[in-house]
Design a protein around this ligand. Structure first.
Ligand SMILES: Cc1cc2nc3c(=O)[nH]c(=O)nc-3n(C[C@H](O)[C@H](O)[C@H](O)COP(=O)(O)O)c2cc1C
Length: 434
């Protein structure tokens, strides 16, 4: 299902908010998206551009589950399967994303959003970058891109990840393509972090079959049904990037970052731009969800049965994890804490709960804390650990942090009966209301 098919589905389910009044890409559209928060929105009339803008599509795990036609707790096994079994997409030479070739490259014609008043410029934050690594395998990931000219962006590249390594391997300039308006399977595939010999497009294809097409000006393969394709190269040149609101909704600093020079833009007819609000739910879900399978796997490898994981938005979908286990022995909670930190190295706090706690309901998790947890017995404190560069409270130079694991599980033996939640009888309440 393409990005626009997903929008159509949201509309048919009565979830899509359509805005026909003119709205500006500068602050107005982001403000409306932020206000409507978890509702998908389509802006049909953008003041500065002929193109429409849509956002807030993938704002929850339920939205992804709805897209794939599965239950929310089936997402982690689905991602584990896709990561373990990447598969080649079908190649086409007839791609919607190449229906229209723009005559000249002029980024000001695109509805690139200016999100917050202190931002360094207009930013693309939904763009999936495709590059080829030194081993010949493609890499998909995200790089927020600040518009700095008619055909240029400065893009944030976190050091020592695949994209940065590909830049170093290329030794010089590197072909790159930015795809905007990608389907959720591509968005999710691009957000995974996998072995360097795996093409994340193949993970996306196992999540849901897709077609790919060769870009017009390089040998890079791009999703055939995305909305926009911006083809160009990463230059050796560096330029100011930032300030920009990051995942934690706090401002990231200005750095000297690589320049992406665009040489061709193609798009679908009546193309729809994907506006993704930094720090808000869509950004968070895309960051956190792909860490859930890695945590799940490590806990099971440690001999504890993990049932589900939620790298929850309350913890910026990065710094906190809630883990549901099927507890069989007294030390399962502690084992799960260690394994969870191993499965997501940037996580700062992890909360382990039993199978009767809904990990998507903060009230239930807090209830487990209030009734099943004693800090001196059930808390694991790990001082002086390497933390996340995104956490403003970690040491700004070393990123050292204190990690804490909270075991909110019940005892397994005879004592358990004191901790089980009482159940009220089930009743068909309608009978009493008629
Ligand atoms: C919405 C979103 C925005 C992101 N923005 C950036 C970014 O600006 N720069 C960056 O280096 N990584 C960014 N990331 C993280 C990278 O995409 C992440 O490093 C990647 O998933 C890991 O891929 P790799 O294992 O192929 O290196 C972002 C992730 C998401 C989901």
């Amino acid at each position: 299902m393409s990005f626009r098919d997903f929008l159509d589905k949201a509309e048919s389910q009565g979830k899509l908010v359509k805005i026909s009044k003119a709205a500006s890409k500068k602050l107005e559209i982001p403000a409306v998206l932020a206000e409507l928060n978890d509702k998908p929105v389509l802006f049909e009339n953008v003041k500065e551009s002929e193109f429409r803008v849509a956002g807030n599509l993938c704002v929850s795990k339920d939205a992804f589950a709805n897209y794939f036609g599965i239950k929310s707790n089936e997402l982690v096994p689905k991602m584990i399967n896709a990561i373990a079994n990447p598969s080649k997409p079908e190649v086409t030479d007839n791609a919607p994303c190449q229906e229209v070739e723009m005559e000249d490259v002029d980024l000001s014609k695109l509805p690139i959003l200016f999100h917050c008043s202190k931002d360094g410029g207009n930013y693309v934050s939904s763009g999936v970058f495709v590059v080829r690594k030194g081993n010949g395998v493609q890499n998909l990931d995200y790089h927020r891109s600040m518009e700095i000219g008619k055909n240029r962006f400065s893009i944030r590249v976190v050091p020592n990840r695949d994209f940065d390594n590909a830049m170093k391997e290329s030794g010089d300039e590197m072909d790159a393509v930015m795809c905007v308006g990608c389907s959720p399977n591509v968005l999710l595939g691009a957000a995974t972090s996998v072995a360097s010999d795996v093409d994340e497009m193949h993970i996306a294809n196992t999540l849901e079959p897709l077609k790919i097409v060769k870009a017009k000006t390089s040998d890079l393969m791009v999703p055939a049904d995305c909305e926009f394709v911006l083809e160009g190269k990463i230059l050796k040149e560096r330029a100011d990037e930032g300030p920009f609101v990051d995942l934690t909704e706090t401002y990231d600093v200005v750095r000297q970052e690589p320049v992406f020079e665009v040489r061709k833009i193609t798009h679908r007819k009546d193309a729809i731009w994907h506006g993704l609000l930094p720090g808000k739910l869509e950004h968070r879900i895309l960051m956190g969800m792909p860490r859930e399978p890695t945590i799940f796997k490590k806990i099971n490898e440690a001999g504890v049965k993990c049932l589900d994981v939620n790298v929850n938005p309350g913890g910026c979908s990065w710094l906190h994890g809630i883990v549901q286990i099927d507890k069989k022995s007294e030390d399962d909670g502690r084992k799960a804490i260690d394994a969870a930190f191993d499965g997501h190295k940037s996580m700062k706090h992890v909360f382990i709960v039993d199978s009767d706690i809904n990990i998507n309901n903060p009230l239930e998790v807090e209830w487990a804390m209030s009734t099943r947890f004693q800090a001196d017995r059930d808390m694991v404190v790990k001082e002086n650990e390497k933390g996340s560069s995104l956490d403003p409270s970690s040491d700004p130079n070393t990123r050292k942090t204190t990690k804490v694991g909270f075991d909110f599980t019940m005892p397994v033996g005879e004592e358990k009966k004191h901790f089980v939640k009482a159940e009220f009888p089930k009743v068909d309440v309608k009978k009493f209301l008629e």
